[in-house]
Design a protein around this ligand. Structure first.
Ligand SMILES: Cc1ncc(COP(=O)(O)O)c(C=O)c1O
Length: 382
């Protein structure tokens, strides 16, 4: 089905932070498979572990106990707020699971809490529940009727939140950094405010860290910057570094409704995915690794801000860690295509933003190369 439109570029292989065409043309990958390739392309440790696992066992389904899956869940819990994990294959499935966690919690408590607060500009995926949650016509046109029970309010707006919560509010679902919506970070103050509102009003806090999580912000999960803890969290993309994998993380308390028979997935957390995920977690959650991400993202930020001060074309540079956006005056897709012509890959996002979501393993040389290409592209724009 032609849902992706026409695509003109074919890549034959990838290595580290670069992609290569069949004719050997080399591209610097600051798209990262849309914030997925956390460890770049064909990371030797991931190739090795996947090769090994592929010779032992691929798939058994969740009818049988999977020791490595349980170990992976324990490792994730040890490094996060969570006590429980449900493995999925994608971000939208992790969101679906999180919504079921919320619904089943209030159902078990026998409370009439039916509404989930979401935010303008949000993106939670392409399933019906996700379309219903984000209430964005760009994605949901032609797919009505959507699910009821979602209230979509202004982002980063404490007054709007206060006005819209009531006894029926079941949960607040938010991306700490909006990705598709235009790389818009929630302020630390807003995240702290949401947490307080949740505590005071008996509301579950559900974070969507599918795009901004798994090391991308310089912490394992970006909410750690605000020193808050959610009840439920959706994670995907970077957790598999390119292998399809996601997870819904939750506290014991929040997940009490998710008992036998309430949810399932044929593939979720299968041996291949788990083998890769465990290795990615081991590498990315290392303090030294995260510190390097923090240092290099500040270097990229500084250089982008420098370009912002030189070019009127740049309206704004924003984001967090290695999820950065350049809002331009002229059409972002046109400029992103020019960058591509100059061998730098980026991804357009909402609000006329060019998104940079490179592998977390970039170094100064990669940043300098990217900045030079952006500089040259902007110089030659008019
Ligand atoms: C914040 C966020 N949530 C959920 C999703 C959906 O993830 P997937 O495409 O893996 O279903 C995305 C995908 O871009 C996302 O950015």
């Amino acid at each position: 089905m032609p849902t992706y439109g026409e695509r003109d570029l074919i890549f034959a292989k990838g290595k580290g932070c670069y992609l290569y065409t069949h004719s050997g043309k080399k591209y610097l990958d600051f798209a990262g498979g849309i914030a997925v390739n956390s460890l770049g392309h064909c990371h030797p440790k991931l190739v090795n572990i996947l090769k090994k696992q592929s010779e032992i066992l691929w798939h058994t389904s969740n009818l049988y106990k999977n020791n490595n899956q349980e170990l992976f869940a324990q490792e994730l819990c040890k490094k996060t707020f969570a006590d429980k994990v449900f493995f999925t294959n994608s971000g939208a499935e992790a969101i679906e699971c999180g919504l079921k966690v919320v619904k089943s919690y209030w159902n078990l408590k026998n409370k009439q809490k039916k509404n989930i607060i979401t935010f303008k500009g949000a993106f939670h995926g392409r399933t019906f529940a996700a379309l219903s949650a984000q209430k964005n016509k760009i994605y949901s046109e032609g797919f009505t009727p959507l699910l009821s029970g979602f209230k979509n309010i202004a982002f980063n707006d404490e007054k709007a939140l206060t006005k819209n919560i009531n006894k029926e509010t079941a949960a607040i679902l938010i991306e700490p950094v909006q990705g598709e919506g235009g790389i818009r970070p929630a302020s630390i103050q807003f995240l702290k405010f949401i947490k307080e509102v949740c505590k005071k009003n008996d509301i579950l806090l559900f974070l969507d860290e599918v795009q901004c999580g798994f090391g991308r912000s310089g912490k394992l999960y970006s909410h750690e910057w605000a020193k808050i803890k959610p009840d439920v969290l959706a994670t995907a993309k970077g957790i598999g570094s390119g292998f399809p994998l996601g997870a819904c993380l939750a506290t014991t308390k929040a997940s009490i409704g998710m008992v036998k028979g309430k949810h399932g997935s044929t593939y979720g957390g299968n041996p291949l995915a788990v083998s890769v995920g465990r290795e990615v977690l081991k590498i990315v959650s290392d303090k030294k690794f995260l510190n390097k991400v923090d240092v290099i993202s500040r270097y990229l930020w500084k250089n982008l801000k420098n370009l912002e001060s030189q070019y009127d074309e740049i309206v704004d540079v924003r984001g967090a860690g290695l999820l950065l956006g350049i809002k331009t005056k002229q059409n972002n897709i046109m400029i992103s295509n020019r960058l591509k012509k100059n061998k730098l890959l980026s991804v357009p996002a909402g609000d006329n933003v060019i998104r940079l979501a490179p592998p977390l393993i970039i170094n100064k040389k990669h940043v300098d190369e990217a900045i030079n290409i952006i500089d040259e592209t902007l110089k030659n724009l008019s």
